[in-house]
Design a protein around this ligand. Structure first.
Ligand code: ADP
Ligand code: MG
Length: 414
């Protein structure tokens, strides 16, 4: 017997402090509470965590959450615990593993976060057999697909664990998955096709612009002068991050800090904390920055160089304007970016090249188009877009087609 609507609304309010569900949350939660396996595709910031945390609170037994990064797990743990949810992580970084296992067996945990490599170990299967399991939540589920933009082989090892508990529903969650990847996730995790729920992808408050790069420093300086609010600039390399952060701070007098994986952990943490708290700071970063950061008032996201794929572009620009206020996403691209990206393709595993090429081609098509940017972006994610959005550079100031792929091809063969 699933809990009544009243009980669900009560828990939503009492545990999470929310007065209503957002978007497709209610549909996802309802399926899960009825024990039906589900794949929810919801954009970043749409509130995926709630769709397993709320059932975890309401259902008897523990919800096991598979998550790819220890840092992400610890963030989630902190916010769940702050809401009074009984949660724990089971990672190599935890020294209270024996306690956690005892709590799990005793039925004292609502949520247990684990990494996929641990989840796939036989001892973990045995451990779960000694407990009552309410739900398997698989976060960042695109990692299970070779078609996904961030394939992790460990995710493939989850299936035997899930199949050991056939009566326990599975909830797969991802922000970005095209048609091919969705079908693959469903097949890999053994979820019925009718279990797919896709939220709208449109972010109408984000104004998209994609421009050829002539002088990156000058173009970014102008952007910073026109946009006084907090913003993120993505740069392709650590060296470029450092260089741009320094030059832009000097050129604009604004507070501009760097963030990349080569910085000491405490510097990264300090810069991130400063950014989240700030109303005017600019973070120049590699793609290492952004996942799991909850800052609703980011006013602009710029790309000084092309992202890895159209999924990457959507995810990174999606960090702008989560509060719903007007925000901008600007990419400054160069033909040499595409030439380099194509060369990198030849260095990856052959069986992954086709899907990566498709993703890069989709990005090139977005850059090249004279059509509405939003229309191209939304169609990629399987949505029927409006004819013209009126809030992108091509709608606002129509220009001709730019042959980026031709340019890149010429540069490559030169
Ligand atoms: P995702 O994982 O989809 O990127 P999160 O689960 O991190 O998103 O949630 C994003 C933000 O939305 C969080 O600050 C969360 O507290 C908030 N949120 C989630 N659901 C609701 C809701 N129903 N009402 C208001 N805020 C919500
Ligand atoms: Mg999330």
């Amino acid at each position: 017997e699933p809990p009544s609507a009243d009980r669900v609304a009560q828990a939503l309010h009492d545990t999470f402090g929310f007065s209503a569900f957002r978007g497709v949350q209610d549909r996802v939660v309802d399926r899960v509470l009825h024990g039906r396996s589900t794949l929810a595709v919801m954009p970043t910031g749409a509130g995926k965590s709630l769709t397993y945390q709320l059932p975890a609170v309401l259902l008897p037994g523990t919800c096991v959450v598979v998550s790819p990064l220890i840092a992400l797990m610890h963030d989630q743990l902190r916010s769940a615990t702050a809401n009074g949810i009984r949660a724990a992580t089971l990672t190599s970084a935890d020294d209270n593993r024996a306690e956690t296992m005892a709590a799990l067996r005793a039925g004292e945990l609502d949520l247990l976060y684990v990494a996929p490599e641990r989840a796939s170990q036989p001892y973990f299967r045995d451990l779960l057999s000694q407990a009552r399991i309410a739900l398997f939540a698989i976060d960042e589920a695109h990692c299970v697909s070779e078609w996904g933009h961030d394939f992790r082989p460990d995710y493939r090892l989850l299936r035997p664990l899930l199949d050991t508990f056939p009566q326990v529903p599975r909830l797969a969650l991802t922000a970005t998955a095209d048609h091919h990847t969705r079908a693959d996730i469903l097949a890999q995790l053994g979820i019925d096709e009718d279990g797919l729920i896709v939220a709208g992808f449109d972010r109408p408050n984000i104004r998209y612009a994609i421009r050829p790069r002539d002088n990156a420093l000058r173009q970014l300086k102008t952007l910073l002068e026109e946009n006084p609010g907090p913003g993120i600039i993505y740069a392709p390399t650590r060296a470029r991050v450092e260089q741009l952060a320094e030059s832009l701070a000097r050129a604009t007098g604004r507070r501009v800090l760097p963030y990349h994986a080569g910085l000491a952990q405490e510097v990264r943490a300090r810069n991130q904390t400063a950014f989240v708290a700030s109303e005017d700071m600019v973070m120049v970063a590699t793609v290492a920055f952004g996942m799991g950061i909850d800052k609703p008032d980011v006013r602009f996201v710029a790309h000084a160089g092309v992202p890895k794929s159209i999924e990457g572009y959507y995810q990174e620009t999606g960090r702008a304007g989560r509060d719903g206020d007007p925000s901008v996403a600007v990419m400054f691209w160069g033909a040499d970016d595409f030439a380099r990206a194509r060369m990198r393709l030849s260095e990856i595993e052959p069986h992954r090249q086709a899907s990566e090429r498709t993703r890069l081609d989709a990005l090139a098509a977005l850059v090249e188009t004279g059509e509405c940017r939003r229309a191209v972006l939304l169609r990629h994610f399987g949505e029927d877009p409006p004819a013209a959005c009126g809030n992108c550079d091509n709608c606002l100031e129509p220009v001709g087609l730019i042959a980026v792929t031709d340019l890149a091809r010429k540069l490559l063969s030169a």
